[in-house]
Write a protein that binds this ligand. Structure first.
Ligand SMILES: N[C@@H](CCC[C@H](N)C(=O)O)C(=O)O
Length: 282
């Protein structure tokens, strides 16, 4: 690790430890090493820690510019992270002096575009909506799934939508966050038996057909200031339940993400901010 390029970045407050291993293909971190680096208070990350750790690697195919390995704060690898995609794309575009690029993840090839100095748009592709794509434990419609929180006859939360944006999301629609209690409900749903690969849990307050206020309990992390795939999933779930249109401003604790679930090609476009907090060498 000594001598390796290291950065701290965030996308709307979703914070990342970034290692540039493009020229060190044998560089790996165990789950335990990853968790130690990401932990709030770690030597590398300081008090805020990192929500995800990203390893930039050489692309695995000729149609991509860069490959991004994604690890959650708890250490394990996952297949998608919308905010980190914007950050890694921004970095690549800055260094290559271009305004578009393709970021590769385990899940997809993602087309990215610089739309302003610190704003990047990512084509997150089509949402996956079949029960076995999320995945769920058993066949069911994903438009709203039979999960309830609270007393059986008067649940506080019910009928969440299930969406995969390359990672599993369960999105509840809430009246207010005080009653919904995301910090308490999040971990219960993350490990609900209906989700064999666990789930990211969204709490979306629809303010109008064009605006959602969103909080997300992230799988393998906890509450974060922003979740890009969570924002995409919230808009897909909201539109499917006829709560919003397809083009929605999603306000998260760390900023605003603009989501457009395009009707013509079914792709979800996410636009949002990127911040570079620190850049150096380990
Ligand atoms: N912060 C992310 C999502 C990161 C992965 C997620 N916690 C998972 O386990 O799937 C984003 O911006 O999308």
């Amino acid at each position: 690790m000594q001598g390796m390029k290291f950065l701290i970045m965030n996308g709307a407050g979703n914070r990342f430890a970034v290692f540039d291993a493009r020229e060190q293909s044998d560089f790996t971190l165990s789950d335990a090493q990853t968790a130690a680096i990401c932990a709030p208070g770690s030597d590398i990350m300081g008090p805020k820690g990192a929500d995800q750790l990203i390893i930039m690697r050489a692309p695995k195919s000729g149609d991509a510019d860069i490959f991004m390995e994604i690890r959650n704060q708890k250490g394990f690898e996952v297949d998608a992270c919308g905010n980190a995609t914007r950050c890694i794309a921004w970095l690549f575009m800055r260094d290559a002096e271009t305004d578009n690029c393709v970021v590769q993840t385990n899940d997809a090839l993602l087309q990215c575009k610089l739309v302003d100095t610190y704003q990047v748009a990512v084509d997150m592709g089509p949402p996956k909506l079949e029960w076995d794509q999320i995945p769920l434990e058993e066949p069911m419609h994903t438009h709203h799934i039979d999960v309830k929180v609270g007393p059986i006859d008067e649940p506080v939360l019910h009928n969440p939508g299930a969406v995969s944006m390359g990672n599993p999301h369960c999105v509840f629609f809430v009246e207010d966050f005080t009653t919904a209690k995301p910090e308490k409900v999040g971990p219960m749903i993350e490990f609900h038996p209906l989700f064999p690969q666990q789930a990211n849990v969204g709490f979306a307050k629809v303010e109008s057909k064009e605006k959602i206020r969103l909080k997300v309990w992230e799988r393998g992390v906890g509450m974060t200031l922003a979740c890009g795939t969570g924002a995409c999933a919230a808009v897909v779930a909201a539109h499917r339940q006829k709560r919003t249109g397809r083009k929605v401003e999603v306000v998260v604790d760390g900023g605003t993400l603009y989501i457009d679930w395009q009707e013509n090609d079914n792709h979800v476009i996410m636009t949002g901010p990127v911040a570079l907090e620190k850049e150096g060498v380990i």
